[in-house]
Design a protein around this ligand. Structure first.
Ligand SMILES: *Cc1c(COP(=O)(O)O)cnc(C)c1O
Length: 453
């Protein structure tokens, strides 16, 4: 498989180059030159296959020129020691993407990225330094994904005092090959410092540098796996039992008939910010996973829902909400969606919907009262998005519906707890809270960053 930049489809590179460079030299995003197809035998067994095997079959055609099957099998087995269960809640399903070490879906991308980088650089002597700027969630997933990976070290920059205590421990509590810099400034300052360091020629002479932000194709491709797993289970009329970290306090849910109907492609709702997650879903659908419809649910930062209804793409500055990992006014992955699909094609596959903070809070409360299930604010945006489309008769109620639950509610307990009480805390988060923060504070100044490195 070869990859080209969204801004120039003449220059093609292999997976290794696309992954290790991140952003294309012309500022575009790498996209695969074609979206491969699953074998028919894989499609028919998606409902019963093990998650690691689905991940292997999903990623393989994208990387096979650079990563042989045996190495890929090792990578997926070591990355996915957790899966993405499809849990019945009320009249729909939760696709629980929060069973990884940092309790958010970004673990799926970050853990594959770390292991594939390590493999692709196996014969390099010069160690690789990854720089990441984070407003909270990405930094933790990347730090955790690369923790203890040989030959690679990570420096995470975060705005001092502007991440939650849990996020700070996930970023700055690991040690070993992960270091953390608390920048006296904003997230934008952190991003500016990373960009400047990545293009500093003196620094580049001394060390290999790369970044790990969400536009990296190696984070996106593995995410297609959980769409195929969820759609396969739903199509087969199967759901999974509550897992250890499933945030349900009682078992009020009556399994409704609808979910047992086999053979209808699923409606999958994706709470979206930068739209990397939804792009991965589009890949899974094109590969042949039984998905009938996507719902792109945003908070009030509704650039993409507006585009889907008007055909005009107008970015704006982001507004702060309680689902803050989706506070994005200029979604970086939209360029990728537009490289694969026209407006008309997108409108056929994706329904856009936007949800306010009040609606998000009401949904967290009503779903808890009805079912005992705790939704985090991002997942609640997805839940409400589907409900609104049902109310407007825009969605087929016969199709099984799944909400991608992008984070565990305990990760956002500051929002959830005042509404419905404390959510159960998964072991990974309880462990992270016990870590000691070890970060160096630096001014929001490029020379300070370069001196530290
Ligand atoms: C990153 C994130 C999102 C947004 O995902 P995109 O791929 O940027 O659309 C949604 N929910 C949570 C919890 C996240 O961390």
């Amino acid at each position: 498989m070869r990859y080209f930049s969204t801004r120039n489809n003449n220059e093609k590179v292999n997976f290794a180059e696309a992954a290790l460079t991140g952003l294309a030299p012309d500022g575009g995003l790498f996209v695969p030159e074609e979206i491969p197809q699953y074998k028919a035998s894989v499609i028919s067994s998606l409902g019963t296959m093990d998650f690691c095997d689905i991940a292997f079959e999903t990623i393989k055609p994208y990387v096979q020129d650079d990563i042989p099957d045996t190495a890929l099998a090792d990578i997926t087995r070591s990355a996915y020691v957790f899966s993405a269960p499809l849990v019945a809640v009320s009249d729909r399903c939760a696709v629980e993407l929060f069973h990884g070490p940092t309790a958010a879906f970004k673990d799926f991308g970050a853990r594959f990225m770390a292991r594939s980088f390590s493999y692709l650089r196996r014969s390099e002597d010069k160690p690789l330094k990854i720089l990441v700027a984070t407003s909270g969630d990405t930094g933790g997933a990347v730090a955790d994904g690369f923790f203890d990976i040989p030959g690679i070290s990570v420096t995470v920059l975060y705005p001092k005092g502007r991440v939650t205590p849990l996020q700070e421990r996930q970023i700055a509590g690991l040690g070993k090959n992960i270091s953390a810099l608390a920048v006296e400034g904003s997230f934008d300052d952190c991003q500016r410092l990373v960009k400047a360091a990545l293009s500093d020629n003196n620094l580049k002479k001394r060390m290999s540098l790369s970044s790990a932000n969400s536009i990296n194709i190696s984070r996106l491709i593995p995410q297609a796996s959980y769409y195929s797993a969820a759609a396969g289970r739903a199509f087969a009329g199967l759901t999974d039992p509550d897992g250890e970290a499933t945030p349900r306090v009682n078992n009020k849910t009556a399994v409704q008939e609808k979910r047992r109907i086999k053979g209808i492609p699923a409606v999958l709702c994706v709470p979206s910010g930068n739209f990397g997650n939804l792009t991965a879903g589009l890949y899974a659908m094109k590969m042949g996973a039984p998905i009938g419809q996507f719902v792109a649910a945003t908070n009030i930062n509704k650039t993409v829902p507006d585009y889907l209804s008007s055909g005009e793409y107008l970015t704006r500055t982001s507004q702060a909400t309680i689902s803050n990992a989706m506070d994005v006014g200029a979604p970086s992955n939209f360029e990728r969606m537009a490289a694969h699909f026209s407006w008309e094609q997108m409108r056929q596959i994706i329904l856009g919907v936007s949800v306010t903070d009040d609606e998000t809070r009401e949904t967290i409360v009503s779903i808890f009262n009805e079912t005992g299930y705790f939704l985090d604010p991002h997942s609640a945006v997805g839940w409400k998005g589907i409900s609104k489309l049902y109310a407007d008769k825009k969605l087929d109620t016969a199709a099984p519906a799944g909400i991608l639950c992008t984070a565990h509610p305990a990760k956002f307990h500051e929002v959830v707890e005042p509404l419905i009480g404390p959510p159960p805390v998964p072991a990974s988060l309880a462990g992270a809270m016990k870590r000691t923060v070890n970060a160096q504070t630096i001014p929001a100044d490029v020379s300070a960053l370069i001196d530290t490195l």
